[in-house]
Ligand binder design. Structure first.
Ligand code: MN
Length: 452
């Protein structure tokens, strides 16, 4: 399918014009963009894509809230919403390697040396207390310093000068590992950031897997064709040819700067820390580029990351418990799993599989397949009626979790984790039966004729 953000938006505007709102009045990028999105959702119960045409202090229009709908994300993958998890899982199983091309729209305008000016970009401040203007839709593309494998991830960037940002590298994740290898040699790590991509590319960037798994090939599988890449001007990195904008950068070794505070997906504004420094060597962009913003900490952010997370967790649990029924990530650091438990102990194996496959997961609840994990009430019912905490809970102390979890304050993600086996013991078939009705009698009752 066509790989540009504007290709996707043209399709959306044609098929669902009410989901695309153009704001012509000038907006203040300090809070104005985020507040418009949040207030529209709260008061109008609507979650359209917003294009702010006039942004105070910048020539770039801002596009946001692109991912705040499961239907929009599904359509980006060419999938019905209900099939999204299955289709994402299929893309992980059958990746499509990328293809290098000579040029693309991201090269329409090339700004190097003295022309680089990060302060000319929209200076978006999302929430009160944020340490500065943040770029929230930047996807990193980087090459492993030794083995030539590639990594993509979302990394928040705080603009700190004309050619400088700070970067949040999640401690213990793949880009952080690349950086640590380069830094040990006193070398910068070359990284390009793509801002403004087709949502299938965004979903692929969030794939969770081993460090040698190439997210670019998952992007290709989600696009149903190889991702087209072009070479950067100032660094040896390949980037999506159809991106709206590319930042060509180096992460500087042995240097840190104050980063944050920043209101994150956890729902908290986390305090400032010393984090790595990014030097911007070039900015390239499409002529008339949209500056893409993710409305951080709200549905635009949460829905996008949940689909890849659930697909990976499903894959991991299935490797241990083939009869897994469903997996859901209902809130930060939390996972609900339902399994058709055929043998004693499989629930515990499911808990271990979740902890073994996702750094962020901190609490896992496993239920039987007769419990709907998409209904919080049912999950709570199972915990209350099928679980004895002294027998059925697992606590793992001193593990690594998210460095954005405020409950690990001061420890930056050094955390305990807990699993709850809320399956019936020893097995559902042997457990006290749920109440029910005789089937023939049930079918004989006709509520349609009642005057209600
Ligand atoms: Mn990776």
């Amino acid at each position: 399918m066509p790989q540009g953000l504007t290709d996707y938006l043209n399709d959306l505007r044609a098929k669902r014009p009410d989901e695309f709102v153009v704001v012509k009045d000038e907006v203040d990028p300090a809070f104005g963009i985020t507040m418009t999105v949040v207030k529209t959702e709260q008061e109008k119960k609507k979650r359209p894509v917003f294009l702010f045409e006039k942004v105070k202090g910048s020539a770039f229009p801002v596009l946001t809230n692109l991912h705040a709908s499961r239907a929009r994300l599904a359509s980006a993958m060419g999938s019905p919403p209900k099939e999204m998890l299955k289709n994402y899982f299929a893309a992980m199983e059958k990746p499509v390697p990328p293809r290098e091309v000579n040029t693309g729209p991201c090269k329409d305008v090339v700004l190097k040396d003295g022309q680089v000016n990060m302060l000319a970009l929209p200076q978006i401040v999302h929430h009160q207390g944020d340490g500065g203007a943040y770029i929230t839709a930047a996807i990193s593309f980087a090459k492993h310093p030794d083995d030539g494998s590639w990594n993509c991830a979302y990394n928040r960037l705080m603009i700190t000068g004309k050619d400088r940002t700070s970067v949040h590298l999640t401690l213990g994740k793949h880009l952080w590992e690349y950086y640590k290898i380069a830094e040990a040699r006193g070398k910068p790590l070359e990284v390009a950031f793509a801002i403004g991509v087709h949502p299938a590319i965004a979903l692929g960037a969030l794939a969770i897997g081993s460090i040698d798994e190439d997210e670019r090939a998952i992007m290709g599988a989600l696009l149903h064709e190889p991702l087209e890449l072009v070479r950067c001007e100032t660094i040896d990195v390949l980037v999506p040819a159809h991106a709206e904008m590319i930042l060509e950068t180096e992460i500087v070794p042995h240097e840190t700067v104050k980063e944050g505070p920043f209101g994150e997906f956890t729902g908290y504004s986390l305090g400032a820390r010393q984090r790595e420094v990014v030097k911007v060597k070039a900015i390239t962009h499409r002529k008339g580029a949209y500056f893409h913003d993710i409305t951080v900490g709200h549905l635009d952010h949460m829905l996008l990351s949940t689909v890849p997370m659930e697909a990976n967790l499903y894959r991991a649990v299935r490797a241990m418990v083939p009869s897994v029924a469903a997996v859901r990530v209902p809130s930060p650091f939390t996972c609900f799993v339902s399994i058709e438990q055929r043998l004693k102990g499989q629930a515990k194996n499911a808990i271990m599989a979740v902890f073994g496959s996702d750094l962020y997961m901190k609490r896992v609840v496993v239920v039987d397949h007769d419990v709907d994990v998409f209904d919080d009430r049912e999950v709570n019912w199972a915990i209350a009626t099928r679980c004895q905490p002294d027998r059925d809970m697992v606590v793992v102390s001193g593990a690594r979790g998210s460095d954005l979890d405020p409950s690990t304050a001061g420890e930056d993600g050094f955390t305990a984790k807990w699993g709850v086996d809320a399956t019936a013991k020893p097995l559902l078939k042997d457990f006290t039966p749920r109440h029910s009705f005789p089937e023939a009698a049930w079918n004989a009752i006709d509520v349609a004729k009642l005057k209600l």
